[in-house]
Design a protein around this ligand. Structure first.
Ligand code: ZN
Length: 665
């Protein structure tokens, strides 16, 4: 499962300060790259890569090669004509001799860029087929265009949706994704129901996850397995080859065993081996460098059985880990000094080390559009028996935040120069610390009174829990202890996070909600609850104001000290609600402060946001890794660079990592 696409914002750690940060460049590194259609391309940094050992870098090098070789598998999974169309349009794009400003060419270029982004001719999110802005006649003048391909590109009624989930239709027949051939939905369902019934019910494998189901001319059903000598074999062989090259550089024998099982699974297609691999992988929690590589996500199959290919190579964020270890080591001090009533505190608290990773490469269904958190494996019984690995991809979250800097959000919504300066100076730092405090200490603090059922807050439970963790973070961000621990440079830095919290909770997070709707999502409710409660309760002391200027609403904080006091007060109350299982108390807090939106303010905010013209979908350009070799071919170093452009990267991948035939049957 991928968790938490940023736009959805359901992860515990994301979007705290969406759109709250200064300009999007660091030295010559630009987070924002090109923009087209409804898409914004970004870059991410892999800080710390240079400090890895040669062994680790070499390991990553071969794993990222393995990640890139799967790209065409996904293109073909997403639609049987995708590779042919991509190749044709890339040839036109590269060899075009005419005017590159010509409106047909410009439209074709945009179509191709969207196609690269979606790994096919359908929108990556909405699944609808792209409407070409260039004419059939123009394309015929550039290349040989078969009637079959022409229909696929230009006839809006052919292959309308990649995944169709409309009730009452044959979802298999009406979906353009390439997981079934000549098979009806009913036939597919029956085929797999039979397999399931005949198999091990306690430890069921994920039936059908690595094959295309085909009905032959004789009416037989066969599964064409995706293995090194089956369908997609040429690409899988390259993946296996690079996994084997990576193997000697793995951290230890355990990790080598993970690779061996994955290779064996790719070679045999045996699903029991895949489960063994998943178990070995999930139990392999130590290594610095880790990776996902395989048929993983099942969102592309309307029946949810067939898995799309994806890969991510990553390593533990050592900086973030240092911070979280320091906080964890002081967990008892934080618990003892919190403003919560003594009977609700833990006598003995254990800090949790949040796992933050850095992505080194994104491949397949994680590229260019990606997740910021991943939770695997998907098999229910493996999860129940062996657990799952859940990670936050810190450098991607960071890139999203940084990219938002150039968007004009801060300038549009911040009250004045002083606020902008504080956020520009300390926003990054306090954002990270907020996440650390929230994850490592906030969620783990406090206790339920004896006999209180953990589920007594019911539907309000997760909002209250998130508010508790956020308030713990907000309260301690302003504590001198953080300066003492060297986590913040001075006693003013925390103000950036207070500005972010109040502005987001009262105003800017409303941009993610359609006019007329309430706030539904738990993290958003929590932010609204905290901000509005503090605003209302601070009124008598003029702690903060909502200032109206030229028809625009701004948050102005007058007394940061008192605001901290209010956060402490609310933390104590929220902890009481949680510890005593006070459902009515939770309901009153959430319903009063966390749900309803002032329609007038909402409209104003949406109008201001629309004027900023921010692209709704974002994706990433990968860095480029180069192996430096001695005269015998041994790798002596691996370098990383961030200068490759979007089209250049896509064309290079198509040139260097395309080993599949254009037609895969
Ligand atoms: Zn949380």
């Amino acid at each position: 499962m991928i968790s938490a696409l940023l736009a959805v914002g359901s992860s515990c750690t994301n979007t705290q300060q969406q759109g709250m940060l200064p300009d999007a460049s660091e030295g010559d590194f630009e987070y924002n790259n090109e923009r087209f259609a409804d898409l914004q391309m970004l870059r991410y940094r892999v800080d710390g890569f240079e400090d890895l050992t040669l062994k680790q870098k070499t390991f990553i090098y071969y794993l990222q090669e393995a990640a890139l070789y799967g790209r065409d598998i996904l293109f073909d999974q997403n639609g049987k004509y995708n590779l042919r169309i991509r190749k044709m349009l890339e040839d036109v794009y590269v060899n075009y001799q005419g005017d590159r400003e010509d409106k047909n060419f410009v439209a074709m270029e945009e179509y191709l860029k969207r196609m690269w982004f979606s790994n096919g001719i359908h929108h990556h999110y909405g699944c609808e087929k792209f409407v070409p802005g260039f004419t059939k006649e123009w394309l015929q003048g550039q290349t040989e265009l078969s009637d079959e391909i022409s229909e696929v590109i230009f006839n809006p009624n052919v292959m309308q949706k990649r995944v169709n989930l409309a009730e009452g239709q044959d979802l298999v027949k009406t979906s353009a994704s390439n997981y079934y051939e000549n098979v009806t939905q009913e036939e597919a369902e029956e085929f797999y129901a039979k397999q399931k019934a005949a198999g091990d019910t306690l430890h069921p494998v994920m039936y059908g996850m690595n094959s295309r189901l085909v009905k032959t001319k004789n009416g037989d059903f066969i599964e064409k397995k995706w293995t090194s000598d089956g369908l997609y074999g040429a690409a899988i062989q390259k993946i296996v080859e690079n996994l084997k090259l990576a193997r000697p550089y793995a951290e230890d024998e355990k990790q080598q065993e993970v690779i061996d099982l994955l290779v064996s699974y790719y070679e045999t297609g045996d699903l029991k081996t895949f489960d063994k691999y998943s178990i070995a992988w999930v139990e392999n929690t130590n290594p610095l460098v880790d990776f996902v590589n395989g048929f993983i996500e099942c969102y592309g199959d309307p029946l949810g059985l067939k898995c799309s290919w994806e890969s991510i190579v990553n390593f533990k964020d050592l900086e973030a880990t240092k911070r979280t270890e320091l906080l964890s080591a002081n967990a008892q001090w934080f618990e003892d000094h919190s403003p919560v009533a003594p009977e609700f505190k833990k006598e003995k608290v254990k800090g949790i080390t949040a796992k933050v990773i850095k992505a080194a490469i994104l491949g397949g269904d994680l590229y260019p559009s990606t997740a910021i958190g991943i939770n695997l494996p998907n098999s229910d019984w493996v999860r129940a028996a062996h657990g799952s690995k859940s990670v936050t991809i810190g450098n991607l979250t960071d890139a999203y935040n940084k990219a938002a800097k150039g968007s004009g959000m801060l300038q549009e919504f911040a009250y004045g120069k002083e606020e902008i300066e504080l956020v520009e100076k300390y926003g990054d730092l306090t954002d990270d610390l907020h996440t650390d405090l929230h994850e490592c200490l906030g969620h783990g603090s406090g206790k339920l009174l004896e006999g209180v059922d953990g589920d007594s807050l019911k539907a309000y439970g997760s909002t209250i829990e998130e508010a508790r963790a956020d308030l713990f973070a907000l309260y301690y961000l302003a504590d001198p202890k953080l300066v003492e621990l060297g986590l913040v440079p001075n006693a003013d830095a925390y103000k950036a996070s207070y500005i972010a919290q109040m502005q987001n909770g009262l105003i800017t997070q409303l941009v993610r909600i359609n006019l007329g709707n309430n706030i539904e999502e738990a993290h958003m409710r929590n932010r609204a609850l905290i901000a509005r409660w503090a605003y209302e309760h601070g009124k008598k002391d003029n702690v903060m104001e909502l200032v109206k200027r030229d028809g625009k609403t701004y948050v102005k904080i007058n007394d940061y000290e008192k605001l901290r006091g209010l956060f402490g007060e609310l933390l104590a109350e929220i902890q009481r609600v949680k510890s005593t299982g006070d459902f009515k108390g939770a309901q009153a807090l959430v319903e009063t402060y966390g749900v309803k939106i002032d329609p007038e303010l909402h409209k104003e905010v949406l109008d201001r946001y629309a004027k900023l013209n921010i692209a709704p979908y974002k994706g990433f350009i990968n860095p480029v890794y180069t192996a430096v070799r001695d005269k015998d071919g041994n790798i002596t170093d691996v370098t990383i660079s961030y200068t490759e452009g979007y089209a250049d990267q896509m064309l290079r991948y198509s040139r260097d990592y395309s080993v599949l035939p254009l037609v895969n049957e």
